[in-house]
Design a protein around this ligand. Structure first.
Ligand code: AMP
Length: 253
C-alpha cells in the first residue's frame, strides 16, 4: 500500500513555521465536535506550531471526484463517510510519509491523531527515531449532549476550511463563509447517522489511549465548556501550570 497516493489530500500548513525558542509538541484528544480543530488553530497562532489534522487530510481527499482519487483514497473516504475510523495501515502510512513535519522548528499540534493505541505506539517510535518528545497530551472534555448540539450545528467552508456554528459562531451572512464568500456545507460525517457511529467509535477507543498517555504522565485534562476563547485561555493556563510544575521538579534536590 502506498500512501503517497493520498498526497492530493494535502491541505495543512504548507509553509513551515519559523523555528521557536521553545517549540510546543502537543497531541489534542477529545470527542468529535469538542473543538480540537479550533483550539489547534488558536494554539498554532500563539506558538507558531504546525497544525496537523488527519481529518482535514481525509476531507481534502473527499473533496476530489471519485475518479481523481486513488484506490487508497477511495478506501479512506468510504470509512470516513460512514463515521468509522480509517484503518491503521492507511493512517500509519501517512505518519511515515509526513514524519519530517514533526521535526518542524516551531513544534506541532496533532489534531485527530493518534486515535488508537497502535497509532500512539507508532507515533512514539517515530518521535524516538527523530529524537523528539511530546510535551503534553491535551484531553478536551465535554458532556455528550453538548457535543451532539455542537456537531449538528457545525458548518464548514469547503474552500478555506473555516468552521462555524449556526448558533454559537454564525457567519455574518447566513450560509456564507466570512473569509472567502463560499457557500457553507454540513460535513458528510456530521449527519446524525454518522455522528452516532463516531461517538460509539470514540467511546470504544478513547479509554486505552487515555491509559497509554496517563502512564507516560503526559495527560492534561481540559474542560471544553464555554467559548473557543475561554477554552483557549484554559488551555494556556493548564500548559503554564504544567511547565511551572516541571520547572519546580527540576530545582528539587
Ligand atoms: P476528525 O475531523 O478528526 O473527526 O476526523 C474525521 C474522520 O477522519 C474520522 O471520523 C475518521 O473517519 C477519519 N480519521 C481522522 N483521523 C483519523 C485517525 N487518526 N485514524 C483513523 N481515522 C481517522
Amino acid at each position: 500500500m502506498t500512501t503517497t497516493q493520498l498526497k492530493a489530500g494535502e491541505t495543512l500548513s504548507p509553509v513551515p513555521p519559523e523555528p521557536q525558542a521553545h517549540p510546543h509538541r502537543l497531541v489534542l484528544l477529545g470527542p468529535p465536535g469538542v473543538g480540537k480543530g479550533t483550539q489547534a488553530e488558536l494554539l498554532s497562532a500563539r506558538f507558531g506550531a504546525r497544525h496537523v489534522s488527519t481529518g482535514d487530510m481525509f476531507r481534502a481527499a473527499e473533496a476530489l471526484s471519485k475518479s481523481e482519487r486513488t484506490p487508497t483514497m477511495n478506501r479512506a473516504v468510504e470509512y470516513m463517510e460512514r463515521g468509522e475510523l480509517v484503518p491503521d495501515d492507511i493512517v500509519l502510512g501517512i505518519l511515515v510519509e509526513r514524519s519530517e513535519r514533526l521535526r518542524s522548528g516551531g513544534g506541532f499540534l496533532l489534531d485527530g491523531f493518534p486515535r488508537t493505541v497502535a497509532q500512539a505506539e507508532a507515533l512514539d517510535k517515530c518521535l524516538a527515531r527523530i529524537e523528539i518528545q511530546l510535551d503534553a497530551v491535551l484531553d478536551y472534555d465535554l458532556p455528550m449532549a453538548k457535543i451532539i448540539a455542537r456537531l449538528s450545528g457545525r458548518r464548514v467552508c469547503p474552500n478555506c476550511n473555516a468552521v462555524y456554528h449556526i448558533d454559537a459562531r454564525p457567519p455574518k451572512v447566513s450560509g456564507i463563509c466570512d473569509v472567502c464568500g463560499t457557500a457553507l456545507q454540513q460535513r458528510e460525517d456530521d449527519r446524525p447517522e454518522a455522528v452516532r457511529v463516531r461517538m460509539d467509535v470514540y467511546k470504544k477507543t478513547i479509554t486505552p489511549l487515555i491509559k497509554f498517555y496517563r502512564s507516560r504522565s503526559l495527560l492534561v485534562r481540559i474542560s471544553a465548556e464555554g467559548t473557543p476563547e475561554e477554552i483557549f485561555e484554559r488551555t494556556i493556563r493548564a500548559l503554564q501550570k504544567r511547565q511551572n510544575k516541571a520547572g519546580k521538579a527540576l530545582v528539587k534536590p
